[in-house]
Design a protein around this ligand. Structure first.
Ligand SMILES: Nc1ncnc2c1ncn2[C@@H]1O[C@H](COP(=O)(O)OP(=O)(O)O)[C@@H](O)[C@H]1O
Ligand SMILES: [Mg+2]
Length: 253
């Protein structure tokens, strides 16, 4: 047991859309500095979990706490304050095509209005350095490869120095070499900025590279939660589960 407080906590969380009960009882705690991947077949509700962490969606039942605050008690303004600590790279998250790389990365900083143009320039340059694409401020997204665009998306999510990063299928659509580069970059960010991260990926190799802990989501609940190595070693069911081929029961602890 650790004395440290969880940075993210789900207590009996359920979410329903009309008659569709997607989640009914999600329970987990994530501690500062942990890197977790959510695994499960398509449509199981992984993106919804990330959206609830970001306070973009309220659960129908249960509680979601981020940095000790129960999000359901917060007004929109207070939610924005919580979101300031969260960097999000959402599924298919596109850059603004008509804006330069500079303007894209500066966007969240401008929105917050706390930084001078000089500070913004410095931050953008530093983030581009970190993602290994220094000096591309003036380029337009159309001049970048798919992998480069994803890296700029990461730089944008990092712009406001978040404590928590949410990655929703950050490498979908990339070739294996580009995937590996993004994974290595995610690991570098986790270490360099001591970030807590929650990722969703269908790529088991990626999941192993970018996280030490896996949560398997099925039928509206967490069916397995533990060290990645342990879960992967349990049996072939897990691999089938992740790739969406799985039809049986999983009883891991
Ligand atoms: N705003 C919404 N309204 C109605 N149904 C939704 C909404 N958002 C998600 N869903 C449904 O919730 C389920 C889980 O969605 P999602 O979290 O996107 O799954 P995953 O990311 O695991 O593929 C899907 O069946 C989806 O259609
Ligand atoms: Mg999704």
């Amino acid at each position: 047991m650790t004395a440290e407080k969880p940075i993210i906590e789900f207590e009996g969380v359920g979410i329903r859309f009309g008659s569709l009960q997607v989640h009914h009882d999600l329970n987990f705690r994530i501690f500062p500095g942990e890197n977790v991947t959510l695994l499960g077949p398509s449509g199981v509700g992984k993106t919804l979990i990330l959206k609830m962490i970001a306070g973009l969606l309220r659960p129908t039942s249960g509680r979601v706490l981020v940095r000790g605050e129960d999000l359901s008690n917060l007004e929109e303004e207070e939610l924005c304050a919580v979101r300031a600590h969260i960097g999000m790279v959402f599924q298919g998250a596109a850059l603004f095509d008509s804006l330069t790389v500079y303007e894209n990365i500066a966007y969240p900083l401008r929105e917050r209005g706390l930084k001078s143009e000089d500070q913004i320039r410095q931050i953008v340059a530093e983030r581009l350095e970190v993602i290994g694409l220094p000096g591309i401020e003036k380029k337009l997204p159309s001049e970048l490869s798919g992998g480069q665009k994803k890296r700029v998306g990461l730089a944008r999510a990092l712009a406001s120095s978040p404590e928590i990063m949410l990655f929703d299928e950050p490498t979908t659509g990339l070739d294996p070499t580009a995937i590996r580069l993004i994974d290595e970059l995610i690991v570098k960010l986790q270490n360099q900025y001591s970030i807590t991260s929650v990722a969703v990926t269908h790529d088991i190799q990626s999941a192993g590279r970018i996280s030490q802990r896996w949560l398997l989501i099925h039928a509206g609940t967490v069916v397995a939660d533990g060290p990645a190595k342990q879960i992967a070693a349990q049996n072939q069911d897990v691999i089938d589960f992740i790739s969406g081929n799985w039809r049986g029961e999983i009883t891991l602890t």
